[in-house]
Design a protein around this ligand. Sequence first.
Ligand SMILES: C[S@@+](CC[C@H](N)C(=O)[O-])C[C@H]1O[C@@H](n2cnc3c(N)ncnc32)[C@H](O)[C@@H]1O
Length: 296
Amino acid sequence: MEREIYHPPVLLKESIHYLNAEKGGVFVDATLGGGGHTEAILRANPENRVIAIDRDEEAIERALKRLEPYGDRIAVYHANFSQIDKVLEAEGVSEVNGVLFDLGVSHFHLRGERGFTVWQEQPLDMRMDRNQKLTAREVVNELPERKLAEIIFKYGEERFARKIAREIVRRRKTKPIETTTELAKIVEEVIPKKLWAGRKKHPAIKTFQAIRIYVNKEFEEIETAIPKAAHLLKSGGRLVVITFHSLEDRLVKNLFKKLEPEGFKIVTKKPVEPTEEEISQNPAARSAKLRVLEKL
Ligand SMILES: C[S@@+](CC[C@H](N)C(=O)[O-])C[C@H]1O[C@@H](n2cnc3c(N)ncnc32)[C@H](O)[C@@H]1O
């Protein structure tokens, strides 16, 4: 039987510690993915229950296999985490001890065939939820130049956004842009070579990040879900959020600040980061930051 390769969970010990998962209770894993964090929560205390959410049906299918031994201590929902209130309502739960968000894409997405990576030739898709209509192909081939430039600048912090958008629009007039490689090449041609040649980071990474965030409405999801999740905590309950880039981290930091006067305490004045040891074992953890909010 083929061995499943799961997403290596990031800041795992730290997540369990800050969720107070050893103390026992009901927890929400808002980003089930490969199920690594969920499994660790279930193991932290035999009384723990996890209500897990993911918008990706394929991820759920794989995680369910792994979580079979935990029986009815786990309930899994295919949903957007912005619907966390509806999920808990369906579960008949009105408040929980902790909620975890481990944002972004998983190892499974990056190794898959949905065009999340600049490093392999794949169709431009980038949907986390394959039932969704909007794909990266539509974004790249159909949005007006100004909108494309705005997305690449806002969600990629790419200073060549306008030039990249102009070149995309010029190219698509002759032939639609179909694959990750075609898009990556366009960006490569626009950004001066001296800024990226010989570096490990592909020059199109920021553009890819921007399009992915737009396709999956990632920031709208976070903006809706975090306040909802915070208000679903019991007194003393904790919200733990792991982000993977500066825009995401800033968004979470500001959402926490806004919530503070509504009966919450920011536990992590500075975000928790992975140890050198974790980064050496899992380089994908390099940019991770964990923030914690507690309900008073
Ligand atoms: C970084 S992975 C989580 C990995 C997981 N903690 C583990 O240990 O395997 C993020 C997961 O969140 C899911 N996701 C991202 N945004 C979501 C959203 N708005 N609603 C529901 N799931 C989402 C993705 O489909 C992906 O499977």
